[in-house]
Ligand binder design. Structure first.
Ligand code: PMP
Length: 437
């Protein structure tokens, strides 16, 4: 018999959770298993997962096809070093990624987490400019409210004021930040909207290596959607000023926004693209950084002659097998129709939240549904209210949002949206205290 209380006591004693403290441990719930769109807690409660476990569980939990792909691979090899050795799962994955990502992204670096994929992208940009005889081009330009991960390079391009990393600001490289785009998803981008960005890129072109941004959806910085026209103009400004564009599609990739990749909304192809999260359908920790031939050739012809990065678990075969199976599942279904059904249901069923006095905005794009509150919510309390209604929704700051797995049924999604309406109708009770994650 498993002693659940003893496990939770040991958890509180030994384990860090994301952005947690041992002095005041946040509530954590013991999960026994997860199936389809549901998380089964050890105490018998079953919760519909509105979070896809932070955007990654694309096809739901315990999917037979993904399980089988990993079982098949584990019997062949679970890991081999990628230095000097290669294998079919990695090669197949690279071929697929090159085929489905925006045109020109022909080279694939397999990293082991989203943050590392961003580190790799930043290093690619730096090595590229050194190879071009422009070693002064070392700074990054990015957008306020952006988020790119928790490692050092990634932290340095997260929002320096509203973001989570200001504690480290004195020891991070200092980069440039343009205002967060003010034009919403359906709006045009005016000259005024882009002016601050334009001034920064033109004023610093000699020292700028790259612009890094989350295309169309700024995620952890507030779930803000912005205009494809804005992204289009950024790409043109990057080209005109000899600055690389890094698109961080770690959250938006693989259909979440209604396009396979959010860059497609603006019909642009970045120089470097970061992928992660849904890449393996949420099964294994794997990410990828793709670059175009210009960047790859520059790096390889540069002083080092190689790209200077090589993690131990690079190209892990189990993770690549999971990614191949997940991509096949995605691409062989009519995923656009699936995302569009989810989008329409979210639009219709979240719309009433607009009438609540504690709600500042409701927005939906693809399978992402966001309710922005007028103030920060007390996460532990609002989460309890959601759990009492049988759903797993984890707000942050003033944002209550869901992005369910693609396999969610209409009824399960209905349960999520109805819980949001129900809890947010009395949302004032939960407003008022800063919380993390
Ligand atoms: N970039 C974006 C846009 C993200 O949303 C995240 C994770 N939330 C990351 C990078 C970092 O990925 P990881 O947590 O896998 O390191």
């Amino acid at each position: 018999m498993i002693d659940h209380d003893a496990l939770l006591t040991a958890d509180r004693q030994f384990l860090w959770h994301p952005y947690s403290s041992f002095n005041n441990p946040p509530p954590v719930y013991l999960v026994e298993r997860a199936e389809g769109s549901s998380i089964h807690l050890a105490d018998g409660r079953v919760l519909i997962d509105g979070m896809s476990s932070w955007w990654c569980v694309l096809h739901g939990y315990n999917h037979p096809v993904l399980n089988q792909a990993i079982k098949d691979q584990v019997d062949k090899m679970s890991h081999v070093m990628f230095g000097g050795l290669t294998h079919e799962p990695a090669i197949e994955l690279a071929k697929t990624l090159v085929r489905i990502t925006p045109a020109g992204l022909n080279k694939v670096f397999l990293a082991d987490s989203g943050s590392v994929a961003v580190e790799v992208a930043l290093k690619m940009a730096l090595q590229y400019w050194r190879s071009q005889g422009q070693p002064n081009k070392t700074r990054m330009l990015t957008l306020r409210n952006g988020y790119h991960g928790d490692t050092f390079g990634a932290m340095s391009v997260c929002d320096p004021i509203n973001g989570m990393h200001h504690l480290f600001s004195e020891v991070m490289p200092s980069h440039l930040f343009a205002p967060s785009p003010e034009c919403g998803f359906t709006e045009p981008c005016t000259d005024e909207n882009i002016e601050a960005f334009k001034q920064l890129i033109e004023g610093h072109r000699d020292t700028l290596a790259a612009v890094i941004l989350e295309p169309i959806v700024q995620g952890a910085g507030g779930m803000k959607f912005y205009s494809p026209a804005y992204l289009h103009r950024i790409k043109a400004l990057c080209d005109a000023n000899d600055v690389l564009l890094i698109a961080d599609e770690i959250a938006t990739g693989f259909g979440r926004t209604g396009k396979l990749f959010a860059c497609e909304h603006a019909n642009i192809s970045p120089d470097i693209l970061c992928l992660g999260k849904s890449l393996t359908g949420g099964y294994m920790t794997l990410a990828a950084t793709l670059c175009n031939d210009k960047v790859a050739t520059g790096i390889c012809n540069g002083e080092a002659g190689v790209f200077m990065h090589g993690p131990t678990f690079m190209g892990n075969p189990l993770a690549c097998a999971a990614a191949n199976a997940s991509l096949k599942l995605l691409l062989e279904q009519d995923w656009q129709a699936r995302v569009s059904d989810i989008e329409q249901q979210l639009q219709a069923e979240l719309a009433p939240c607009r009438n609540y006095s504690c709600v500042a905005d409701v927005r939906v794009l693809g399978n992402i549904g966001v309710v922005e509150m007028t103030d920060t919510v007390v996460m532990a309390e609002i989460q309890k209210a959601f759990m009492a209604l049988g759903v797993w929704i984890r707000p942050f700051g003033n944002i209550v949002y869901i992005m369910p797995p693609l396999i969610i049924t209409e009824q399960e999604l209905g349960k999520l949206t109805s819980a949001m309406r129900h809890v947010l109708a009395q949302g004032e009770k939960y407003l008022g205290s800063a919380q993390f994650s």
